[in-house]
Design a protein around this ligand. Structure first.
Ligand code: HEC
Ligand code: HEC
Ligand code: HEC
Ligand code: HEC
Length: 209
């Protein structure tokens, strides 16, 4: 869907450049290419419009095609998307991260949980084949961890979730993200909320071990 939209816009822009460049007669581009070039050289304004449009086009391509990849997180062993699962399909975070309010580490769901659906949904998709592979060989999926606290910090989800904080309060818009980005929590972030909520600020006793 997005691709179609982008391609259509690009096509329209290219047509526009041709139309402006040929003074409204696009066919002259084919029949009089040389005189067209001469015409553009003569006419500085057309040249200006043309280069402005090309720069605009480049920025457009950059922001739609290149930036999302520069800005995305590490490539994961299976191309899993939270935007698709938690966003579009509205699967509850806790269906997959079941231990989030019971254990110190909520953990990443084992592949069995994926196959609960994917034994039936798109079972032959190449990415789902990878899941079967991990399952058949009893290999834990080697997901790359993305959310960190500095090593000496103790963090426990349980206490926080019991206080009814949304996952988004700390993790941001997970349900709108395809590939999660590396993020290291800074102490300032913890302290700010603890101050606001009048939670424990005695960090050497409570957060650091
Ligand atoms: C509750 C059901 C459910 C669970 C659990 C589930 N998925 Fe999915 N998944 C879906 C649905 C629905 C789709 C969309 C299928 C389609 O495009 O027709 C999908 C699509 C996918 C795709 C294909 C995306 C694409 O590019 O088309 C991948 C890869 C995937 N899931 C990986 C996983 C992994 C890895 C897990 C386990 C961590 C998982 N899924 C767990 C329902 C589920
Ligand atoms: C269909 C299963 C599924 C659902 C639903 C799901 N997740 Fe995940 N989650 C995963 C998998 C698989 C990974 C590991 C791959 C990755 O990092 O993208 C993961 C990774 C994460 C991580 C990063 C852990 C780390 O440090 O590497 C966070 C945070 C997270 N999920 C939060 C959420 C939140 C919040 C929701 C609900 C909005 C949610 N998840 C819904 C399967 C799921
Ligand atoms: C008060 C802030 C906060 C809230 C709220 C929060 N998290 Fe986290 N989450 C963290 C921090 C900090 C880490 C990194 C901790 C670590 O590595 O030990 C983390 C790590 C994770 C991880 C990776 C854990 C692992 O085992 O590697 C998952 C998955 C996760 N969170 C899911 C969730 C889900 C789902 C919710 C909502 C139900 C949620 N979190 C709510 C702060 C929060
Ligand atoms: C959105 C607000 C919020 C954020 C962000 C937050 N906390 Fe908390 N935290 C709380 C609240 C409120 C409590 C008190 C919970 C209770 O009373 O059970 C708490 C309790 C704790 C406790 C238990 C303290 C005790 O009394 O023993 C620890 C440890 C902790 N947080 C560490 C962290 C760390 C580390 C971070 C940053 C990675 C963090 N918190 C981020 C709100 C937050």
């Amino acid at each position: 869907m997005e691709i179609i939209l982008v391609s259509l816009t690009l096509l329209t822009l290219i047509l526009l450049v041709i139309l402006v460049g040929t003074g409204g007669k696009p066919l002259t581009l084919v029949s009089h290419f040389h005189s067209f070039v001469a015409q553009v050289q003569e006419n500085k304004i057309q040249l200006f419009v043309l280069s402005a449009l090309i720069i605009f086009l480049a920025l457009f391509v950059y922001s739609f095609y290149i930036m999302p990849h520069v800005n995305a997180g590490p490539v994961q062993p299976i191309a899993f998307s939270h935007r698709l699962h938690a966003g579009n399909k509205q699967i509850d975070c806790r269906f997959c991260h079941s231990y989030v309010d019971r254990a110190v580490h909520p953990g990443i769901p084992p592949v069995e949980k994926c196959l609960y659906c994917h034994n039936f949904i798109i079972p032959n998709h190449p990415e789902i084949r990878k899941e079967h592979n991990y399952f058949d060989t009893q290999t834990p999926t080697p997901w790359t961890k993305v959310f960190y606290v500095p090593e000496h910090v103790m963090f426990n989800h349980e206490r926080h979730i019991k206080k009814d904080f949304e996952c988004e309060a700390c993790h941001g818009d997970i349900a709108g993200t395809d590939r999660l980005k590396h993020h290291e929590f800074k102490m300032e972030f913890c302290i700010q909320c603890h101050r606001k909520e009048k939670a424990n600020l005695d960090c050497w006793l409570s957060c650091h071990n």
